[in-house]
Write a protein that binds this ligand. Sequence first.
Ligand code: RBF
Length: 163
Amino acid sequence: MSSVKNNLSVVKGSSVPDVSQFIFGIVWAEWNTEITVAMRDGAIKTLKAHGVTDDNIIVRSVPGSFELTLGAQWMAEATEVDAVICIGCVIQGETKHFDFICSAVANGITELNIEFSMPFIFGVLTTNDQQQAIDRAGGKHGNKGDEAAITAIKMLALEQSFE
Ligand code: RBF
């Protein structure tokens, strides 16, 4: 998702369907707030640009990316959300925490997709440094929060195509 080569903030090819009837959840991590707030706001702006109303966007925060899985699970259990966008930013440090947190949240979110048969979007930046994160949170490589919102919309459209 944080690839320089793949910027989905600009939608190419097939048009994005109207998904105004769906309810979207956003769970965002408070670590690296400067980055995650920009991603969260980008995701909200993108959802609204596709016709989603404020009432149909449920937003909650968790302390860090490690908590995204449980926060998203609680949201899915307690609300009528059709998709949950998980937003976090893990910056490589000198400890092994980076690897542990990244793999834990990636595995956790993958399991939620299967358990709920519902899109839980992996909007987690995993970067070597702060600048790489800034570049992907409204900087020169776009906003990966926008991209996460588009991914949620596209997955719901895919689900709808099978009904
Ligand atoms: N959470 C993040 O979302 N991004 C980080 O870059 C990040 N780095 C961490 C580094 C260390 C050494 C520790 C202890 C925690 C870090 N966390 C980070 C917080 C983590 O996701 C979680 O909130 C805490 O480990 C509590 O479960």
